[in-house]
Design a protein around this ligand. Structure first.
Ligand SMILES: Nc1ncnc2c1ncn2[C@@H]1O[C@H](COP(=O)(O)OP(=O)(O)OP(=O)(O)O)[C@@H](O)[C@H]1O
Length: 340
């Protein structure tokens, strides 16, 4: 089961350039969260600070009771073992085949025998759909395969926390959805706490349990997916709906002439689009941390936009959910009876 991560008042600057200030959020144990923000708002810096690769100016990041940025190097090394990190390009060693790349953390951080290493590497490769590709070199495979190899490598130490920095950059839309599916299935399987940095709006809208948004050196909002997808906050709304109208411009903030032009053309962002159903696991089983569709909206008295929670087959998940959960639990019951 993944661990909760509690970030409090985290602030980071490089020289006089403040990247973000006073970031406070909690990544709930075992849930999937997405971090959004225009380019250059410090999302990668945030991930690197979480794993202790960068030191913040001040603040805390509590992981399993330990305050990561304020640990001694040796203790930090121990906490780092809880993490699996998928960097943007997979960060594979070009001179090693996939097998050796994926085996690397096991050989570096554990004293496992080569036969044990082999068992784990092949299992993880199978898990990400790379069975049989052990002898390929990173230069011989596609970008999507490199990402999956990076993911397999991030998984070998059985991480309780997985950080993915733009896992979908450079992937075609179908590969992006397949990678998202893999992440959701993985979450159901190993129940790790997952944080994904992405620019892909479809990923942000359909995959996570929670969404956070960085803008103008602060965390504008962090909370359940439904909270951000129904938010009227201009930056959140503009970003999550990929709209031109809103505070974000080509440089991070719009200048006066852009805002004047926008005012002439009309600045009404229009109605919010429907909230899509969340991506389910591929075998339909429920993730341990999965929330019922509409749960946050109901508890907060928010009416979702017309057409929300209807999937591409026309099923309305607000109606279907109780029936679905009952069927799944009955199925799980049957499985466990069968197992005894
Ligand atoms: N080691 C460093 N030293 C100095 N400045 C840095 C360092 N790393 C990042 N920065 C600066 O911090 C800012 C945020 O960078 P970061 O890569 O985190 O942005 P990002 O939100 O991930 O962007 P993108 O979406 O384009 O990947 C940038 O201005 C970058 O130049």
């Amino acid at each position: 089961m993944g661990v909760e991560i509690r970030v409090e008042g985290l602030t980071k600057s490089f020289g006089r350039q403040v990247i973000w200030e006073d970031v406070t959020l909690t990544l709930p144990a075992g849930e999937i969260s997405v971090l959004l923000g225009p380019s250059g708002t410090g999302k990668s810096v945030f991930l690197k600070t979480m794993v202790g690769l960068l030191k913040p100016d001040r603040g805390h990041c509590w992981i399993d009771g330990k305050d990561m940025p304020n640990l001694r190097e040796r203790d930090m090394y121990e906490v780092r073992k809880l993490f699996g990190v998928l960097f943007q390009d997979g960060a594979l060693f070009g001179s090693m085949n996939l097998y050796d790349n994926i085996a690397f953390p096991l050989r570096e951080h554990t004293r496992k025998s080569e036969s044990e290493v082999r068992r784990i590497v092949l299992e993880k490769m199978e898990m990400v759909g790379l069975g049989g590709a052990q002898n390929k070199f990173p230069g011989e495979i596609s970008g999507g395969m490199r990402k999956r190899a990076g993911l397999a490598r991030a998984l070998v130490l059985d991480p309780q926390i997985i950080l993915c920095d733009e896992p979908d950059s450079g992937l075609d839309p179908v590969r992006t959805v397949l990678l998202n599916q893999l992440i959701v299935d993985l979450n159901a399987e190993i129940e790790a706490t997952i944080l994904i940095v992405t620019h892909d709006i479809n990923t942000a809208r359909t995959v996570p349990d929670n969404i956070g948004m960085l803008f103008r050196r602060e965390l504008v909002m962090f909370g359940p997916r439904e909270m951000l997808l129904s938010s009227e906050e201009p930056v959140v709304r503009q970003f999550l709906n990929a709209r031109k109208v809103g505070p974000i411009g080509m440089s991070e903030e719009k200048d006066l002439s852009e805002l004047e032009a926008e005012a002439r053309l009309g600045r009404d962002p229009g109605p919010l689009p429907p909230i899509p159903p969340q991506l389910m696991t591929s075998d339909g089983r429920l993730r341990r941390t999965q929330h019922a569709p509409g749960e946050w909206l109901r508890t907060h008295g928010v009416t979702p936009p017309e057409g929300s929670f209807i999937d591409e087959m026309g099923r309305d998940w607000l109606q279907e959910w109780p029936k679905y959960v009952a069927e799944m639990s009955a199925g799980a019951g049957r499985h466990s009876e069968g197992a005894h």
